[in-house]
Design a protein around this ligand. Structure first.
Ligand code: ADP
Ligand code: MG
Length: 570
């Protein structure tokens, strides 16, 4: 049966709107915090109880309101922040709809105490279920206090949808964290009945606030990144690729200082990490985007949780490039190096050994000095080394104990990276040791191999390969880098020539990568303690961390803190 159409009474309209704006206690907190930020507060104190269902109270030292604004504020669509749609294009505030206070007040009991900055007297307003019960002059400090009690007390249907107090408290804390982390210049305190209180004093160091909010352990795995281009600035802190979670909840995204959720941005960050992260794993960190307000529509979600970009592709690209650059620079590698150079035992090596070492992968030859005994003698010297070799797993992974946790190194990837870096260094120093091959090694090349040889003869020569034509597709290898196994050089040359060398500028890199890969110690070979430690030392010396030349990671670090967490010890 169709009922006749009627316009809903204002109270019902407010409650319906409240359903969109106020999903749960955390949404109330978010709106109140945003109002305090918009009011220019330097200090914001928050108290909650009963997962926010009993109490959410936010006090600030912002601009405050006079007595008439204090009443106006509770009207639907009452805002001091915009006066026309046009204003949205240069919005400098977080709020703009004038919906929050009226929505919150329609589903709870609100007490507002406020005093306009510079005025003599404050105002107190009591509102219950959207009805103003009292408005009186009141003694109060400058600024505003909003106390929300009995959320959804008059809409039991909505109360039923709330989760346990603990879950709601968790969401409250998340809102607190996500906002506080972005405003270090503002001092925050947060008191939760069951969980004690937090105090984040104002600071001019963003890193300091990050550490306060995220905790020491998490912060130590984050590194700064920044870039700006094409009318958009990207900056933040991201985790090293060895530190990740199973959900995206640790990756906080902001657009123009507004916490948002956005698939496009999230996708761009993940694409940046690429294969460094397994499927279903997410980095941790804070990614902020700043762009012209005209380029982003913030008015697309009732809780302002989402935005729409005028040019999403460009934004995506900027974020992706910033993450890529961050990963390429590998700041976490420098931090590991620093720690290792402090802690790594001194593996004594005679000067000539560095080149000699290049051999041990190729010829499967282990230098006698790399024996366990030497290692024991070495540590006998009562030196308390903080890096210990624990052993090899699956004949592929070398496991070390460091001060901070376990370091697992892929022996092939690591060795490959070392050779690559060492070859590069040698070339830069023009000291590729070249040795004449006494037996003229002849090698037959097919036309396409000959063609690539013409292309890369110069870089090959720089590495110590001298190859001369012998006629009829036949070539003569005259000299060879001394660390190469001469008996295999024809085979190796063909392999190099068959590898696509790409454009000229990275020909040498590819060449080096190919050589390094061929020579690197294979997975599946056993390694002794001294050999393993020496490998680590060489990694440190030539900065062979991060990725192998093919883009696979070289090491994985498992901090003790993670082990503690997984064993339920912390
Ligand atoms: P909006 O933030 O979208 O303007 P709200 O309903 O959240 O809408 O707030 C309505 C108005 O009340 C604001 O525009 C502002 O003028 C005033 N107001 C709310 N909270 C505060 C506060 N903490 N300090 C000063 N003014 C406030
Ligand atoms: Mg607001």
């Amino acid at each position: 049966m169709a009922a006749s159409i009627r316009v809903l009474p204002p109270g019902v309209i407010d409650q319906i709107a409240a359903g969109e704006v106020v999903e749960r206690p955390a949404s109330v907190l978010k709106e109140l915090l945003e109002n305090s930020l918009d009011a220019g507060a330097c200090r914001i104190d928050v108290r909650t109880a009963g997962g926010g269902m009993e109490l959410i109270e936010v006090s600030d030292d912002g601009c405050g309101m006079d007595s008439s604004d204090a009443l106006e504020a509770f009207k639907r669509h009452a805002t001091s922040k915009i006066s026309s749609l046009e204003d949205l294009t240069h919005l400098g505030t977080l709020g703009f709809r004038g919906e929050a206070l009226s929505s919150i007040a329609s589903v709870s009991r609100v007490e507002l105490v406020t005093r306009l900055r510079g005025s003599h007297e404050g105002t107190r307003v009591l509102v219950e279920a959207g009805v103003i019960k009292e408005a009186l002059p009141w003694g109060a400090p400058e600024g505003t206090m909003v106390r929300v009690q009995g959320l959804f007390y008059n809409v039991p249907a909505r109360r039923k949808f709330l989760r346990t107090q603990a879950t709601e408290a968790h969401h409250l804390r998340e809102v607190m964290d996500r906002i506080a982390v972005l405003y270090p210049e503002i001092g925050f305190s947060y008191a939760h009945e069951q969980r004690g209180s937090l105090e984040w004093p104002s600071t001019d160091q963003w890193a300091y606030r990050l550490r306060q909010v995220l905790g020491e352990e998490c912060f130590s795995r984050l590194f700064h990144m920044e870039s700006s281009g094409r009318g958009c600035k990207v900056w933040g802190y991201l985790s090293d690729p060895n530190y990740h979670r199973s959900t995206a909840s640790g990756l906080w995204l902001y657009v123009n200082k507004r916490p948002i959720q956005d698939r496009i941005l999230l996708g761009a960050v993940l694409r940046g990490y690429g294969q460094l992260l397994d499927r279903g794993r997410y980095p941790v960190g804070v990614v902020c985007l700043e762009l012209d307000p005209r380029e982003v529509d913030v008015n697309v979600h009732p809780a302002k949780r989402e935005v729409r970009f005028a040019d999403p592709r460009r934004i995506q690209e900027e974020v992706y490039l910033c993450v890529r650059r961050f990963l390429k620079e590998q700041p976490w590698v420098r931090s590991l190096e620093l720690r290792l150079s402090r802690d790594l035992p001194q593996v004594s090596e005679s000067p000539g050994k560095a080149f000699e070492n290049l051999r041990f992968g190729l010829n499967q030859r282990v230098d006698p000095s790399f024996s366990l005994e030497t290692h024991e003698n070495h540590t006998d010297g009562a030196q308390q080394e903080s890096v210990r070799y624990l052993g090899q797993a699956a004949k592929t992974y070398l496991i070390f104990e460091t001060r901070d946790g376990l370091l697992v190194v892929d022996q092939h990837a690591a060795h490959e990276r070392i050779l690559f870096e060492e070859l590069k260094l040698q070339r830069q120093a023009q000291q590729a040791p070249s040795q004449r091959v006494l037996l003229n090694q002849l090698v037959e090349l097919n036309p396409s191999q000959e063609e690539s040889l013409q292309e890369i003869r110069t870089p090959l020569r720089e590495l110590g390969w001298v190859i001369e034509p012998f006629g009829q597709g036949c070539w003569r290898i005259v000299s060879l880098p001394s660390w190469l196994d001469a008996s295999r050089c024809q085979e190796l040359l063909k392999e190099i020539l068959d590898t696509r060398m790409g454009n000229k500028s990275d020909q040498l890199e590819v060449l080096l990568a190919t050589l390094a890969c061929r020579d690197a110690v294979r997975a599946g070979r056993q390694m002794g303690a001294m050999e393993a430690l020496s490998l680590l030392e060489r990694m440190r010396r030539v900065s062979a961390w991060g990725l192998c030349p093919h883009g696979r990671p070289v090491f994985v670090e498992i901090p003790f803190s993670e082990l503690r967490r997984r064993f339920g010890r912390s």
